[in-house]
Design a protein around this ligand. Structure first.
Ligand code: ZN
Ligand code: ZN
Length: 468
């Protein structure tokens, strides 16, 4: 199976990718810069100006490099980052402050040039840590979460300019701006929100910070719950079904009593509405392992589903209690069991699973066959491969083609005069009603064909879904 695709959006590409990733071709030239410059000056007259200027700039951790960094306005955070003297554990701005003090002791005149407006590395982002942290904290106010991921978006120009500057001024091996800023933001926020965990994948809240606007966007990830439902009453669709007359717009119409829904209940509404209320979610999606027709019950162990609850404000759930209240409210219509936490990957799994299913089907037909002959004819379908042309009842939404589906077994044939019932296990995607009435010959073979008479389906139940 494909890896969890929960984090399949654009945010992750902004996420902190860790330690220095770019190879610096000038790094090994640094210690001997001056000698090489003297030697090469005459020979490389045509040498590119930018390349040349790189050689003229002294680099950290040389004292002249640190003085240069101070003159161009490097802030203490960035000085601590680029000076190449970092002492593990100390905050960067303290390290930078010490580096600056030492430079001043060597030369009291070392200070930023007069025309400097901001730190050329970070554009003063490190001075905004308080503001950034405050915005993050207020963006998640009232939201229950522990796992949070931070993504930082820089302008391309800023990233490029900082790269160039770093490769000419900073000590070799200096951490990139994004990783350093990310760490600084994370520790500042953690002081204000004790108990949160910064993660690199599967967050409950994804934060995106934009360095241009200082804007923060909090994406609260959906909560997924897996369970199985049994549908005890016919006439309930699996998902919400907008009213045919008003399409659910403008607060409904007369024919739907203002509900906007074609049917008063759906499995989705019966399962998800109590969940939404309980966890303070904004909306839901309902993912079933296939679906039964509206007039078909689903019995046995029930049908697997995943409920997706969007933008939840609470995540601590008493699943047993929730399940009980769902079942109580939906009494005699549906019931669910086995509720547990899930994820987006499981949505794909249950959508892709081609489970065999068992049904109980009951139909009526006019026949004059002896019970044994009738039983034998129906039983002969067991193990056969059906050719099913797209049924007329779904032709408006499915491509018209012939599908081959296997009847795995037929059991428990029951004959009560003109009413006949049997259990059938078949491949996923079999049209079971058509297996009986033949859809005017579009399904072959069929019960109607074998009995040489018309058959009318009375009822159909899903008896079991052979999954998990
Ligand atoms: Zn800076
Ligand atoms: Zn309506």
């Amino acid at each position: 199976m494909a890896p969890d695709s929960e984090e399949d959006d654009d945010w992750t590409k902004y996420a902190d990718t860790g330690y220095a990733t770019s190879y610096d071709p000038w790094a090994d030239l640094v210690p001997t810069t001056e000698i090489e410059e003297e030697e090469f000056d005459d020979d490389f007259d045509e040498f590119d100006d930018v390349e040349q200027s790189r050689r003229d700039v002294p680099r950290c951790p040389a004292p002249s490099g640190i003085e240069h960094a101070i003159r161009i306005g490097t802030c203490n955070h960035c000085l601590g980052r680029i000076a190449g003297v970092r002492i593990a554990g100390d905050p960067l701005q303290e390290v930078g402050g010490r580096v600056r003090d030492q430079a001043l002791q060597r030369d009291p005149d070392v200070k930023p040039n007069d025309d400097i407006e901001c730190c050329p590395f970070c554009e003063n982002l490190f001075l905004e840590l308080d503001i950034i942290a405050n915005r993050i904290v207020s963006s998640v106010e009232g939201i229950e979460f522990s796992k949070v991921q931070l993504g930082i978006h820089f302008s391309k120009d800023h990233v490029a300019a900082e790269e160039v500057l770093r490769s000419t001024v900073a000590a070799t091996g200096c951490r990139p701006l994004k990783a350093t800023l990310s760490d600084a933001i994370q520790s500042t926020v953690a002081e204000r929100l004790p108990g949160i965990n910064w993660v690199k994948e599967r967050p409950e809240v994804m934060l995106l910070f934009d360095t241009l606007t200082l804007g923060v966007n909090a994406d609260i990830r959906a909560l997924f719950l897996y369970g199985r439902y049994r549908k005890l009453e016919r006439g309930i669709p699996q998902t919400r079904w907008p009213c045919r007359a008003c399409r659910g717009r403008d607060g409904g119409c007369e024919s739907c009593n203002g509900t906007g829904q074609q049917y008063p209940h759906s499995i989705q509404s019966l399962v998800c509405e109590p969940l939404i209320e309980s966890i303070g979610a904004s909306s839901d999606a309902f993912h079933g392992m296939g679906r039964e027709d509206i007039d078909v019950r689903c019995l046995g162990d029930g049908r697997p589903f995943v409920a997706e609850l969007k933008s939840p404000t609470r995540r601590t759930l008493d699943l047993e209690k929730l399940m009980n209240s769902i079942n109580k409210a939906a009494k005699n219509r549906i019931e669910i069991h086995g509720l547990r936490h899930s994820n987006r990957a499981e949505v794909s799994r249950i959508k892709e699973t081609q489970a065999e299913k068992s049904y109980t089907i009951r139909f009526t037909c006019e026949h004059e066959l002896a019970d044994e002959e009738l039983t034998n004819r129906i039983q002969s379908l067991s193990g056969q491969v059906l050719e099913q042309q797209t049924p007329q009842r779904v032709a408006h939404r499915r491509a018209d083609k012939i599908r081959k589906r296997k009847v795995v077994s037929i059991e428990n044939i029951l004959i009560e005069d003109q009413e006949i019932q049997f259990d059938v296990r078949c491949e996923s995607g079999t049209y079971v009603k058509e297996l009986v009435h033949s859809d005017e010959g579009r399904t072959n073979p069929s019960v109607a064909g074998l009995l040489e008479t018309d058959c009318e389906v009375i009822s159909l139940d899903v008896k079991d879904i052979h999954a998990d």
